[in-house]
Design a protein around this ligand. Structure first.
Ligand code: C2E
Ligand code: MG
Ligand code: MG
Length: 582
């Protein structure tokens, strides 16, 4: 305290409105703000009562110490360097700081440091004033900004969107104008996030935000309201055609790839559009209807836009109805008597044309919905968690049927079972597989497990540990739908897999699309160089077979050989093929 007293003592005595030394001292001592004074060597020479209370130290415990004793490890060395730099050049610094008290508890304050110099310009003291964060205008501004903006993209957030939409709707109502609300969901984003990591996902979202902003006028609102969900509000449209034009422009702007961390990534939009006043007069209804339309855009093959129609709600109702039926069918599962069954599709050795394996594919025949495509009901089962019991049933049922095949004298046929991401999340899968194999007295070589590329990249640690244990049991593992995610072969080679199944979208146009042909050629060559066996899915024509054979693809599966068949038909097929063997 002495230096400060000495410094103030040299000030002229008070006259008129100037503070007296005693008043200055009182102000310092009684200040609500914590104040700390250091000398030119930055050693503490004074700490007022508020500071002692804040820090928990008595003032004589602080005197002569470096304020560094108060620092928490929350602030980096660069942060401190920038503070000293500002003090050296401007004699002043202010900003948020994290310190710790005597008990080691951290606290943050808005800190202002001023440098006091003598007549020669030499530093005499540093005076540090710690105020409550809320008291600072900068902090208040920052809080207000964060409350209404998404920190990643700097776009308005959901809260800002809701209030601006409500305001725009009031204006439209008053002036009898129409408004369009577009809900945009990125296709494939989850895949990118899961396979390439969140930092790549985050960068992609930032670039998408820029392209969206560039697609509209400055008076239109663009906001981010969820992970990969954005909205655009067009507050003044003459007719729905304007909204359609903007949607087309958004699609065009987003069609090009994004270059991030050496990857060329695509994030096309699925857009749902609702209009004020015909599709709703309040924000909630408009958003709900745009959401319904967006799901229709996804169902219609993604990368397109759909206007909401009342009929779509019937479809949403149907989806819920289907979920309920699925739930009931699963709870009523019993062996040999259920709405579910397995079909089997042969896998054929390219070189010999011999069947050596089958893929088990789940079928659902419901009294109300009839035969439902697995693409549809498995997506619902995955969204609702029902895939867990359903997937468990598939494993048991496959093993039961393999036992029956063996009773028909069919040996040495390996059956591949599709496993979904949720089944790989915990070790139950290991117990289940072991249990089913031993219950039906099967060998690990009798089954194979297929996981999709994006599944393989989720929760890499748990997944890897489970896959390692399955492989250690002697079970063959395959990557399904390879080429649809963004994993690299370099990563996949760390997984204990033996087979790669090339997605049928590449096989489909292999003879006409030079790109698809090049991808197949490269994948097969690279896969082989990593010691993997290559399987092509969806082989439908003789020309595709010949092309894949010329590339050395080991195994083929597709309608060219057979569609998936019910169990009895599969037995007949296998017997006929066994009989035909030389
Ligand atoms: P996937 O595992 O890639 O299965 C191959 C799909 O391609 C099957 O469709 C099959 O019928 C179809 N396919 C086979 N050859 C051809 C062909 O030459 N041309 C064409 N156009 N298609 C062909 P499916 O049976 O509709 O199954 C669709 C997807 O549903 C499967 O794709 C798989 O991801 C999933 N799935 C099926 N069964 C199960 C299951 O038990 N568990 C899980 N988790 N998913 C399953
Ligand atoms: Mg499969
Ligand atoms: Mg597949």
């Amino acid at each position: 305290m002495t230096d400060l007293v000495a410094a103030t003592a040299t000030q002229p005595a008070t006259k008129g409105g100037v503070l007296s030394r005693a008043a200055l001292l009182r102000a310092y001592e009684q200040s609500q703000d914590a104040i700390l004074v250091t000398d030119r060597d930055n050693l503490i020479v004074a700490a007022n009562g508020a500071f002692c209370q804040l820090s928990g130290y008595a003032s004589d415990e602080l005197l002569g110490k470096d304020p560094r004793v108060l620092a928490s490890d929350n602030s980096t060395a660069e942060h401190y360097a920038s503070i000293w730099n500002a003090l050296a050049t401007k004699d002043f610094w202010e900003g948020e700081i994290w310190d710790k008290n005597k008990n080691g508890e951290r606290y943050n304050r808005w800190l202002k440091i001023a440098v006091l110099r003598d007549a020669e310009g030499q530093i005499e003291n540093h005076v540090a004033n710690f105020s409550e964060m809320e008291a600072s205008k900068e902090y208040a501004d920052r809080l207000a900004y964060l409350a209404y903006h998404d920190p990643l993209t700097n776009l308005p957030n959901r809260l800002a969107f809701e209030s601006q939409l409500a305001q725009a709707l009031r204006g439209c109502e008053r002036d009898n104008r129409q408004l369009a609300l577009m809900l945009i969901d990125l296709d494939n984003f989850k895949n990118i996030n899961d396979t390439l990591g969140h930092h790549v996902g985050d960068e992609l979202l930032q670039k998408v935000a820029l392209r969206l902003r560039e697609s509209v006028r400055s008076s239109d609102l663009v906001a981010r309201i969820g992970g990969d969900e954005f909205v655009i509000v067009l507050p003044e449209i003459e007719s729905p055609l304007t909204a359609a034009r903007v949607a087309n422009k958004v699609q065009q702007n987003m069609a090009d790839s994004y270059r991030i961390a050496d990857h060329a990534l695509y994030a096309t939009p699925s857009i749902g559009i609702s209009l004020f006043p015909i599709d709703g007069s309040d924000a909630n209804t408009l958003l709900r209807n745009a959401d319904t339309a967006m799901y229709h855009a996804k169902d219609a093959g993604r990368n397109n836009h759909q206007f909401y129609t009342a009929r779509m709600n019937e479809a949403a109702g149907e989806r819920l109805h289907m979920e309920n039926e699925l739930r009931q069918a699963i709870s009523a599962i019993s062996p040999g008597d259920s709405e579910f069954s397995l079909h089997f599709q042969p896998q054929v050795q390219t070189a010999t044309g011999q069947v050596f394996g089958l893929e088990a594919l789940l079928r659902w025949n419901n009294p109300i919905f009839g035969q439902v495509s697995p693409m549809r009901f498995i997506a619902i089962a995955e969204e609702t968690g029902l895939i867990q019991p359903l997937g468990d049933w598939v494993i048991w049922e496959t093993c039961r049927l393999i036992r029956q095949m063996k009773q028909h004298g069919i040996e040495d046929i390996r059956i591949a079972i599709n496993i979904s991401a949720q089944q790989l999340r915990h070790e139950n899968l290991l117990l289940l597989v072991r249990g089913a194999l031993s219950c039906y007295d099967l060998r690990p070589e009798d089954i194979e497990l297929e996981i999709t590329e994006s599944t393989a990249m989720q929760n890499p640690e748990t997944t890897l540990s489970i896959l390692d244990q399955l492989a250690a049991m002697g079970i063959v593992l395959a990557i399904d739908d390879f080429g649809t995610g963004y994993s690299s072969l370099a990563y996949l080679k760390h997984l204990p897999i033996q087979r790669l199944k090339l997605d049928r979208s590449f096989v489909k146009d292999i003879e006409i699309d030079a790109n698809d042909a090049a991808i197949c050629t490269a994948t097969i060559a690279l896969g082989h160089s990593l010691g993997l066996e290559l399987v092509a899915e969806g082989v439908e024509t003789e020309a595709q077979r010949a092309f894949l054979a010329s590339l050395g693809c080991d195994t083929l599966q597709g309608y060219l050989y057979s569609k998936p068949m019910p169990f009895e038909e599969t037995i007949a097929y296998l017997k006929a093929h066994q009989a035909a063997r030389p």
